[in-house]
Write a protein that binds this ligand. Structure first.
Ligand SMILES: Cc1cc2nc3c(=O)[nH]c(=O)nc-3n(C[C@H](O)[C@H](O)[C@H](O)COP(=O)(O)O)c2cc1C
Length: 362
């Protein structure tokens, strides 16, 4: 028996299996206003047989937005849009967390209402492109040169996370996941090569962890800490965030999250083809540092997931790309039904094609 299909407790609920639909940006929010909609409700509800769904990255503020057409979670209209999604998922017996996202320097003035993007430091993510939609001529551009947040502004961003968590609660989400991975704002504080601050937010591991810690504390005033997860990407180099000593930094990060009693840590091992091998000792060190649920995602199959769960360094496994074209993925994995392949051209933007029109098997 594959332990993927056993229940597990999270956020006071019994999840029906250990399969996670991890966050996947699909860029189909209603414009203007970055509002979640009926089509998105249908898409997520189709995938409600996952033990846990984590929403696509959802910006917490105008400055937190990195790409055209991604949804937000800070206005009244956005809350109402997401309520349609959580209602549809709950009606199918699903459990859903919102991924709260601030992109920091991975943006462009076109996506931030003309404001200069911000980061831990005035360091540009060279070669990193973002998607913009200027005057209806969409395309990719080099991300902008950011400015470093001042200390008072860091406190304001922490407050924006708290506000977004309040919005997520009102929208009916069962919890939230902080996007601290893939080179976005929190990651720009964590990783030594993206953070050259000389104040209490830069330098030592303890200082680089301070922003994450403050954000976790803020959102835990809204949700119980076991309804809060944190996504980390220790080894991937996406969006130019690299740490000199990832094992030291990230085991310490997980220790800190353990002391804050968050419900889960979610390790992103792969992003597309960038899938550095994460040594077993590193995974074991994360396991030893954390008492809650540990989720891994990145190129997993049912067989690899089984090994991870049996060896004990993971409690749940995310399947990203497989969920795109297989809305009934848990049933297919359980019955060993061959998986459909997704169309890469319809991942971002557009309508129902390549989004809600992938059928369930039989
Ligand atoms: C289309 C697409 C969009 C993604 N968007 C996000 C996102 O918004 N937030 C995030 O943390 N990861 C995002 N990811 C990464 C996935 O959550 C996952 O970690 C990755 O796809 C590796 O898992 P897989 O090999 O099973 O697909 C995205 C991946 C894909 C394919």
């Amino acid at each position: 028996m594959n332990p993927l299909f056993t229940t597990v407790k999270l956020a006071g609920k019994t999840l029906k299996n250990r399969i996670v639909m991890p966050p996947m940006t699909r860029s189909r929010s209603t414009q203007p206003g970055d509002i979640a909609n009926e089509l998105m409700a249908k898409y997520y509800a189709q995938r409600a047989s996952a033990g846990l769904i984590v929403s696509e990255g959802t910006q917490i503020s105008e400055l937190g937005k990195g790409y055209a057409w991604t949804p937000g979670i800070y206005t009244r209209a956005q809350v109402a849009g997401w309520k349609k999604v959580t209602d549809a998922v709950h009606a199918k017996g699903g459990v859903m967390f919102a991924q709260l996202w601030h992109v920091g320097r991975v943006s462009h003035e076109s996506n931030t209402g003309g404001k200069q993007p911000v980061s831990s430091s005035a360091l540009q993510a060279e070669g990193v492109k973002v998607f913009i939609d200027d005057n209806n001529s969409p395309g990719f551009v080099q991300s902008s040169m950011p400015r470093a947040l001042e200390i008072a502004e860091i406190k304001d961003v922490v407050e924006e996370y708290r506000h977004a968590a309040l919005c997520a609660k009102e929208a009916g989400f069962d919890g939230i996941e902080l996007h601290a991975a893939n080179g976005y704002l929190i990651n720009q504080f964590l990783d030594s090569k993206a953070n050259n601050r000389t104040d209490e937010y830069g330098g030592s591991v303890e200082n680089r962890l301070r922003f994450l810690q403050e954000v976790v504390a803020a959102v835990c005033t809204v949700f119980d800490s076991d309804s809060v997860g944190v996504r980390l990407a220790p080894l991937t180099t996406l969006n130019g965030a690299v740490d000199e000593n990832p094992e030291l930094t990230y085991v310490e990060a997980v220790r800190t999250l353990n002391s804050l009693k968050v419900g889960y840590v979610h390790i992103a091992e792969a992003d597309w083809d960038d899938a550095p091998d994460m040594p077993l000792e590193f995974k074991q060190a994360i396991r030893d540092a954390f008492d809650g649920i540990v989720i891994y995602a990145g190129k997993y199959t049912a067989d690899r997931a089984k090994i991870a769960l049996e060896q004990g360094w993971a409690d749940m496994i995310g399947f990203g790309r497989p969920f795109v074209a297989n809305p009934d993925l848990p049933a297919r994995l359980a019955k060993d039904i061959p998986l459909a392949q997704h169309d890469p051209d319809t991942l971002f933007g557009g309508g129902q094609r390549g989004y809600t029109d992938y059928p369930a098997a039989g």
